[in-house]
Ligand binder design. Structure first.
Ligand SMILES: Nc1ncnc2c1ncn2[C@@H]1O[C@H](COP(=O)(O)OP(=O)(O)OP(=O)(O)O)[C@@H](O)[C@H]1O
Ligand SMILES: [Mg+2]
Length: 226
């Protein structure tokens, strides 16, 4: 069997607020295979975003081990982690998180700058990726000159541009109307069919019904995995 792309082993994430302990993630073990398309559901405060941040190495667990493509992330220093995030993981957020002063093209080019690509290559790759999300004709627009759905496409292009194997999306359709949300879901399906491993947090049963696997969290624990 091929090793899991993502493996979480007995992960706990505790926040200490004075005398109070918040168990945001409380003993979570999961394996995600290459090319899987997984929804993460659960009530507000159940730990969904925390799990995504841990998988994306934006944060480290209080206990347990996270493996990304077989690599034990607890053995990596900050620099290695930054490299791994940039090379292997693309993030998409509910509120897009675009840089407001940069146009669409420059927003999509930013991850390539950190990865050290020369300018011409950055441009070509970013244009190609904008084409893929159907927004080549909006390259020069800034985020405030784009619709919500277009902003999310830009954010998706930015997540895809350096060809990561894993795409993490936290409520990517949460700020969009139904029709636009469906178009964004079509785009994620297309991305998954090109071989990317996709994990998506959602509140929407319509959205999760389009994923092949759904993991339900409650109080930081997995209560269902189907
Ligand atoms: N930085 C932090 N410091 C302290 N507590 C935190 C922190 N981040 C999250 N929490 C707590 O951890 C728990 C899980 O939060 P998390 O953001 O993962 O929930 P969620 O499932 O994503 O919720 P939502 O659906 O509302 O986005 C919550 O009780 C939250 O208050
Ligand atoms: Mg959340």
């Amino acid at each position: 069997m091929e090793p899991a792309v993502i493996a979480l082993e007995s992960i706990r994430k505790y926040y200490y607020m004075g005398d109070f302990v918040i168990k945001a993630v409380d003993d979570v073990t999961m394996r995600i295979a290459r090319g899987e398309y997984t929804a993460v559901m659960g009530p507000s405060g159940s730990g969904k975003s925390t799990v995504m941040h841990l998988i994306g190495c934006l944060d480290s667990p209080s206990e347990g081990t996270i493996y990304i493509e077989g690599e034990d992330t607890s053995e990596l220093d900050e620099e290695d982690l930054a490299y791994l995030r940039n090379a292997k993981i693309g993030f998409v957020f509910q509120q897009f998180n675009l840089l407001m002063k940069l146009n669409a093209l420059d927003n999509v080019m930013t991850p390539l700058m950190y990865a050290g690509y020369p300018l011409r290559e950055r441009r070509a790759l970013a244009e190609h990726t904008l084409e893929l999300v159907g927004l080549r004709d909006r390259m020069k627009h800034r985020p405030n000159e784009l619709s919500g759905g277009q902003k999310q496409r830009i954010a998706i292009a930015r997540a895809l541009v350096n060809d990561p194997s894993i795409i993490l999306a936290d409520e990517p359709t949460g700020a969009l109307d139904t029709v636009t949300g469906e178009q964004i879901m079509d785009l994620f399906e297309d991305i998954n069919s090109r071989g990317k491993t996709v994990i998506m947090v959602t509140h929407d049963p319509e959205v999760s019904s389009r994923c092949r696997r759904t993991i339900h969290l409650r109080d930081g624990k997995i209560v269902e995995d189907s």
